[in-house]
Design a protein around this ligand. Structure first.
Ligand SMILES: Cc1cc2nc3c(=O)[nH]c(=O)nc-3n(C[C@H](O)[C@H](O)[C@H](O)COP(=O)(O)OP(=O)(O)OC[C@H]3O[C@@H](n4cnc5c(N)ncnc54)[C@H](O)[C@@H]3O)c2cc1C
Length: 322
């Protein structure tokens, strides 16, 4: 129920715009690296000091205006240049819907090609994040078509989808991030219960560790992480074939510990103004993340934020489940 509630809020356009206006509040600054490229580069440098690499996401999704998509593309191109200039250990994560997938496929492809081409010039990898089931096949199409020209791209496999095995096998020679899946998906496409998703998640990870190119295991789930540690040991899978990934601001101690233990570790670093949808999905995954909000509201007494949160709650009740 609570998951549906936050997923509903993540898709509410009014609240999305309101959140942009009020800046990085509601506790989001704990999980978003900053609003500018300069701030983000500083956060990356800090993580790099601990031997942690980064995948950087210019926040924003579900864009329906060409101008907005072009602006996002330019921002990501500036980010690519900044990663190169500052020589930080980082690559790009992008969302096709931010770059115009819902407007026009070819427009989106041309935006992504420009980013991939610029990143290719500097030897920077670009990950295509995966969104909801409506955007799944077109996102794989973008990857497949651009992979004819470029080898610095990869994507995400979401374990809640029944079709994930097929997608994984077909794309085994890409660098793949494997996740459980963050969106609310219909029962005709996806597992609905945690036990089935967790089981499928482990199966996909094991298969790709044994058969694939490079696996990013993106989870905060210590049970999965411990299982993978044991599995790679038993199967003599070298450290350079995989990495662990977590989101910026989550389980910080565990992130440092895994890097210290000698595993490749990569933190997903979101930045920008458009933090609302991203943050609401984090609340949907783990309602305990609400404590980030509670701390913010009570520590700083930001009454505006209490108003926004109350508004969010009221509007959320009116938001139909998608
Ligand atoms: C780097 C990264 C990139 C991602 N990219 C995508 C993407 O492109 N597309 C997509 O659909 N999804 C993506 N996701 C989100 C992902 O699909 C899951 O929704 C999200 O990671 C939550 O699932 P989980 O595997 O972390 O564990 P969960 O199933 O949420 O948690 C399992 C258990 O782990 C423990 N735990 C979890 N979080 C914490 C915490 N913060 N503190 C203490 N204990 C905790 C708890 O015991 C919990 O019961 C990404 C996730 C990460 C980490």
């Amino acid at each position: 129920m609570l998951k549906d509630f936050f997923i509903g809020l993540s898709q509410n356009q009014f609240l999305n715009s309101a959140a942009k206006k009020y800046g990085l509040k509601l506790g989001a600054q704990n999980v978003v690296a900053g609003t500018t490229i300069d701030q983000t580069i500083e956060s990356i440098k800090e993580l790099n000091k601990h031997g942690i690499s980064c995948t950087v996401d210019n926040l924003g999704e579900f864009v329906y205006e060409k101008e907005e998509a072009t602006e996002a593309k330019n921002q990501i191109l500036a980010l690519v240049s900044a990663i190169h200039e500052h020589e930080v250990d980082a690559h790009i994560s992008l969302k096709p819907s931010q770059l115009g997938l819902d407007i026009d496929y070819d427009f989106c492809k041309s935006n992504i090609r420009e980013i991939v081409s610029s990143a290719h010039e500097y030897g920077i990898f670009v990950n295509f994040d995966m969104e909801d089931h409506n955007r799944l096949q077109p996102s794989f199409d973008l990857l497949d078509e651009l992979s004819v020209e470029y080898d610095n791209i990869g994507t995400v496999i979401q374990a809640y989808f029944f079709r994930a095995d097929e997608d994984l096998h077909k794309h085994k020679d890409f660098r793949l991030r494997i996740v459980k899946g963050a969106y609310k998906e219909p029962a005709e496409y996806a597992y609905q219960d945690k036990a089935s998703i967790d089981k499928h998640y482990i199966e996909l990870i094991e298969w790709h560790l044994l058969n694939g190119k490079f696996t990013s295991i993106a989870t905060h789930d210590h049970n999965v992480i411990n299982h993978v540690k044991q599995f790679v040991k038993e199967n003599n899978i070298p450290n350079d074939k995989f990495e662990f990934q977590m989101l910026y601001g989550f389980r910080k101690d565990m992130q440092l510990e895994l890097a210290k233990e000698g595993y490749n570790f990569c933190t997903y670093v979101p930045f920008g103004q458009d933090w609302y949808g991203y943050f609401m999905r984090r609340l949907a995954e783990r309602p305990q993340n609400m404590n980030l909000i509670v701390k913010q509201v009570f520590n700083k007494k930001t009454n505006t934020m209490i108003g926004l949160a109350a508004g969010a709650f009221a509007l959320g009740r009116l938001t139909k489940k998608k």
